[in-house]
Design a protein around this ligand. Structure first.
Ligand code: ZN
Length: 423
């Protein structure tokens, strides 16, 4: 057996085992949530109604069903691009029409992105206008949804095409260490995005108004000072324009940090609870979670670029995935696309490690918030938010271990000492 067939086999095996694992996990979650649908967990008996608990169960089950469909569809699309020859046909067609060179390479990336985006649309539409709608969360109109889509596409092209052109150019011109340069470019680009996102990109999609509630502003300002933070401003975002889900975040670098509250959050929480939620976000900064996460991400992507630098020169990497490399021409866009397609299949199995790290960070941020404000306020805020977002209180523990970036409500309250019996 040659290297090409071996790689095909390894890819097929990884895809099948990840699919089987995801189906097994989803089935566990569906069974577990359905089995606990009839009773509110004891620890929440006085704070969460049976109706709210059952809504959360039904919402979780409805989302899980779409997830299953999307997993199967995604696998079919992945096979369509690779072993069934979709990417090969697209590449050969563009090569015949445009010849070799940067235009063909960019056209290949753009065509792939557009086709992928179109294939995702039915799911995105269904999630928003059927599931979110059925459970009363959707506030988006079809017009706004289409406008978001158009803006997102234009933004993707304006930002994505130059960076793609730069990386393709480095791949062709920077020698065998191109991947190091490309990685540096990618890191710089991500940092730039972080800097321009709050002031430039986010306002394209939402309105940000200074927090006008004087009492609340004074209160959160005092909290920030106590915790040793300065913010450039406190803003209220019109999250209610699209969805009833609530959130808050703290964003930006150095002195340009800003605090953003969703209007939906302010409508649901008392001032003490808002304080506790903000303190949780500050806790992420105090514990350097954001920096740690970024360093981790950049480290992993360095390894990824190094592997890509090697794979791009191996014929079996292309042929093993159903693509004929352009003979005597450039295959850089093909290498990028194949890499983006197959990496998630192999890295799926490390996702429990990342989820576990993320949950640990959440516990640390909770502990910080409890120390700086009140554990009781944080607990009641979390209970309200889990209930309002219809997050199930009774997820399957194995599903949680694999996927959950945030610990289930029961575990968080138990850590805060508010709930002697974790769900
Ligand atoms: Zn958090």
């Amino acid at each position: 057996m040659n290297a090409s067939s071996l790689f095909t086999l390894a890819f097929a095996a990884a895809l099948l085992s990840s699919l089987a694992t995801r189906y097994w996990l989803a089935t566990r979650q569906v069974r577990h949530v359905a089995r606990h649908r009839d009773a509110v967990p004891e620890a929440f008996a006085s704070t969460v109604s049976l109706a709210a608990h059952q809504k959360a169960a039904d919402y979780t089950l409805a989302k899980a069903r779409v997830d299953l469909l999307e997993i199967a569809f995604g696998a079919a699309v992945l096979l369509g691009w690779t072993l069934l020859g979709g990417l090969d046909i697209l590449n050969q067609g563009l090569h015949a029409g445009l010849g070799d060179g940067m235009t063909q390479q960019l056209a290949l990336l753009a065509a792939f992105a557009v086709i992928g985006g179109v294939l995702d649309l039915p799911f995105s539409w269904y999630r928003t206008f059927v599931i979110e709608e059925r459970f009363g969360f959707n506030k988006t109109t079809l017009g706004l949804w289409l406008a978001d889509l158009a803006k997102g596409t234009v933004l993707g092209a304006v930002i994505g095409l130059p960076i793609a052109a730069l990386i393709l150019w480095l791949m062709g011109a920077a020698g065998s260490l191109w991947w190091l340069w490309a990685w540096g470019t990618w890191v710089g680009f991500n940092l730039l995005l972080l800097v321009i996102y709050p002031g430039f990109i986010a306002p394209m999609f939402n309105k940000f108004q200074p927090l006008t509630d004087e009492a609340l502003a004074t209160r959160v300002q005092a909290l920030m000072q106590r915790c040793g933070f300065t913010a450039k401003g406190f803003f209220v975002m019109d999250g209610s324009r699209r969805s009833a889900h609530a959130n808050a975040y703290f964003t930006g670098f150095g002195a340009a940090k800003r605090v953003v509250f969703y209007d939906t959050l302010l409508a649901k929480l008392s001032p003490g609870e808002v304080d506790a939620v903000l303190a949780h976000e500050l806790g992420h900064f105090k514990h350097r979670h954001i920096i740690k996460r970024m360093v981790g991400l950049f480290g992993m992507s360095l390894a990824g670029f190094a592997v890509l630098g090697w794979l791009a020169t191996q014929v079996w990497f292309y042929t093993g995935l159903g693509v004929r490399p352009n003979l005597g021409g450039s295959n850089d866009a093909l290498a990028l696309l194949l890499f983006m397609l197959v990496v998630p299949v192999f890295t799926f199995f490390i996702s429990p490690l990342l989820a576990r790290l993320s949950r640990r960070h959440e516990f640390e941020a909770d502990a910080y918030a409890a120390a700086q404000t009140s554990g009781r306020d944080l607990g009641s805020a979390l209970t309200k938010l889990y209930e309002d977002n219809a997050s199930t209180l009774t997820p399957d523990p194995v599903f949680v271990a694999f996927y959950y970036s945030h610990p289930p409500a029961g575990e968080r309250l138990a850590r805060l000492g508010m709930n002697p019996q974790p769900a």
